[in-house]
Write a protein that binds this ligand. Structure first.
Ligand code: GAL
Length: 629
């Protein structure tokens, strides 16, 4: 009997020991992150799960690993997960647990940047527009309504990931987590220093209360840093930057591999040489963890931000292009660098170091020494001339302009950031691939604008012109404003509309009379267009569209959209004076387009007969087709 009862107990104890052993212990000291007792030099890259499809994730993550990355970093996208208050979405591209499991399956670490304000060229910086409806709400300040919602969402995400055992201590991949995002950039512009300071300290306390078992970071928080977080750097270069305290490691959360794409602007390129220069400089100057923002940028599927500014592509000129292809020579040149840095992990994180400027502050030799070995970096910040640098052993090395040479033994240059050994690849369209796209059939269905032109009732009426985001709750990018007026006889006028953007279509009696948009990323604009009124009742319908909500800057949430207050006027074409000011007429409102209500994108069976075109290689130009009204 005794033996029988002893065995299960021993098994239980063994199982418990195994569970503890499978967890990874994560901490840090002044030199680096410490994982299971070892200092670690870590290279990470950003891949945002909603900017690609779950089918793409394994391939992207595998390519990142092969590119020499140890970790994948992602933000968490609050308004994608909670589009309506307490209604959640963790499906498809928003299946965050599946994403982290893919990272784990690839044998990589993960960095979780909850935010939940995330900036990221994402609609409203990730904050749900419904937050505005909660009374007393002030975004990103010390106030109960905001802090309660932020804590509820943060806890929800943490619990979900804990339940799936995704934190390192549970055997999962997450080794680091972030709260807020670049608050230091705005906190002194919020006109309330006290509340901003209380808020950022509250964020740190709330995060630490979550008990995730891994450290919390705050990026671009160089002032008023709460004691229990690590402050980190974002930017194109972070070699001159050092953390606020000596007991925390130097971490770079965003090394921008390119930049986001804006309408009307040329594609942004950052050379492989310049990124490599910045990374080498960072590790020369005691860096220990660096993250590429973005490693794969991907696509903005409908949640792009910034007003009429940022495109649907988030390619970012990253090492993996929008479609997940390897972009050379960027990918290969950085992979070579990662290999060299990895080979020096021990000496960089444990060695003594000495920085020596060579005649000019632009030229610096850093020598790391450990036991009997040494490793050297020689950096040249002159952008117009190479330099000759003689090391202790008497050997002279030529270092090209704006470059860093790395000598893992202080003798042989294993890597120079300006010398690319990777073959450059050029994308070409292969004939076979074109056949595939030729086979794609486009069909289209015109938007049925008719109902709101004249007769259909709106959702409500008001004798003023309302702000769009508050009125539509960001549940649609479109808001209809319609009014009518009795007119005697037939006359011509100029319709004048003043709007805070982003796009406007005007219809008179069901006919499209004008369209305009805010150019150059601006917001406020005026539309003036000739109109003809007939005798009797005339309908004026204005369709205002937003193209993503602002995501950055102090008080970005206060930026209005739509025809707030107008004025909307009919101007006499002869005297150029106001004939009718319609600003306080009775306006009828309706958010959304017919296609959105019908969920046309779901290709429902009942709608199928209305699709046109079929088997056509190209769709018609994408604008509202008047003839289709
Ligand atoms: C950073 C921000 C990121 C992203 C980036 C530009 O300042 O933290 O979220 O917006 O700029 O792509």
């Amino acid at each position: 009997m005794e033996r029988v009862s002893w065995q299960p107990l021993a098994l239980l104890l063994l199982a418990a020991a195994a569970a503890v052993a499978s967890g990874t212990e994560v901490g840090y000291d002044g030199r680096s992150m410490v994982i299971d007792g070892e200092r670690r030099l870590l290279i990470s890259g950003s891949i945002h799960y909603p900017r690609s499809t779950p089918e793409m994730w394994p391939d992207l993550i595998r390519k990142a690993k092969e590119g020499g990355l140890d970790a994948i970093e992602t933000y968490v996208f609050w308004n994608g997960h909670e589009p309506r208050r307490r209604q959640y979405n963790f499906e498809g591209s928003y299946d965050i647990v599946r994403f982290f499991k893919e990272v784990q399956d690839a044998g990589m670490y993960a960095i979780l940047r909850i935010g939940p304000y995330i900036c990221g060229e994402w609609n409203y910086g990730g904050l749900p527009a419904w937050l505005r409806d909660i009374s007393g709400m002030q975004f990103r300040m010390h106030n109960n309504p905001f802090e309660q919602e932020m804590e509820t969402f943060t806890t929800l995400i943490v619990d979900k990931l804990k339940e799936a055992k995704m934190f390192a201590g549970q055997g999962g991949p997450i080794i680091l987590s972030q709260i807020e995002n670049e608050y230091g950039n705005v906190m002194d512009k919020l006109n309330n220093d006290e509340s901003a300071s209380e808020y950022i300290h509250w964020c740190a306390a709330m995060a630490n209360k979550q008990n995730v078992g891994v450290p919390w970071i705050m990026c671009q928080q160089d002032q008023d840093v709460p004691p229990n977080v690590i402050n980190t750097c974002n930017g194109f270069y972070c070699h001159d930057w050092f953390p606020k305290r000596t007991d925390i490691p130097k971490i770079w959360t965003e090394n921008w591999t390119g930049w986001f794409k804006a309408w009307d602007k040329p594609d942004f390129h950052r050379s492989a040489e310049d990124i490599a220069f910045s990374v080498a400089m960072f590790f020369q100057t005691r860096g220990s963890l660096q993250n590429y923002y973005m490693y794969h940028g991907g696509t903005n599927f409908g949640r792009t931000s910034g007003g009429p500014y940022i495109t649907t592509s988030y390619d970012y000129d990253a090492p993996l292009d929008e479609y997940g292809n390897i972009r050379q020579p960027k990918y290969g040149h950085l992979k070579d660098l990662h290999n060299v840095l990895k080979s020096m992990e021990k000496i960089l994180l444990h060695g003594d170091y000495k920085d020596t400027t060579m005649g000019n502050t632009n030229v610096m030799v850093t020598k790391y020494t450990l036991d009997n070995s040494s490793a050297c970096f020689i950096s040249n910040k002159f952008d117009d001339k190479e330099v000759n640098v003689t090391l202790d052993d008497g050997a002279t090395h030529v270092v090209p302009a704006w470059s860093v040479s790395i000598l893992p033994d202080c003798k042989t240059v294993a890597y120079n950031s300006a010398k690319i050994k990777t073959q450059t690849s050029v994308m070409v369209k292969r004939p076979g691939v074109e056949t595939v796209t030729d086979g794609l059939a486009w069909s289209w269905m015109p938007e049925n604008l008719h109902p709101f032109m004249t007769d259909e009732k709106g959702n409500f009426r008001k004798n003023e012109l309302l702000e769009q985001i508050a009125t539509s709750g960001d549940q649609s990018d479109y808001l209809w404003y319609r009014t009518s007026l009795e007119h005697k006889g037939e006359s011509n006028y100029k319709l004048h509309v003043n709007t805070t953007g982003h796009e406007l279509y005007a219809f008179v009696n069901g006919k499209l009379v004008g369209r305009h948009y805010a150019p150059n990323g601006g917001f406020v604009f005026q539309m003036e267009t000739p109109v003809k009124l007939h005798s009797g009742k005339n309908y004026i319908s204005l369709l205002s569209a937003t193209i993503g909500l602002k995501n950055y800057g102090a008080l970005f949430e206060m930026m209005p959209a739509g025809i707030v207050g107008g004025p909307v006027k009919l101007v006499d074409t002869v005297t150029n004076t106001t004939a009718y000011d319609l600003s306080n007429s009775s306006w009828s409102y309706k958010a959304g387009l017919a296609g959105e209500y019908r969920e046309t994108h779901l290709d429902k069976a009942k709608d199928r007969s209305q699709w046109r075109g079929g088997h056509h290689p190209g769709a018609p130009p994408l604008h509202l087709v008047q003839g289709d009204l």
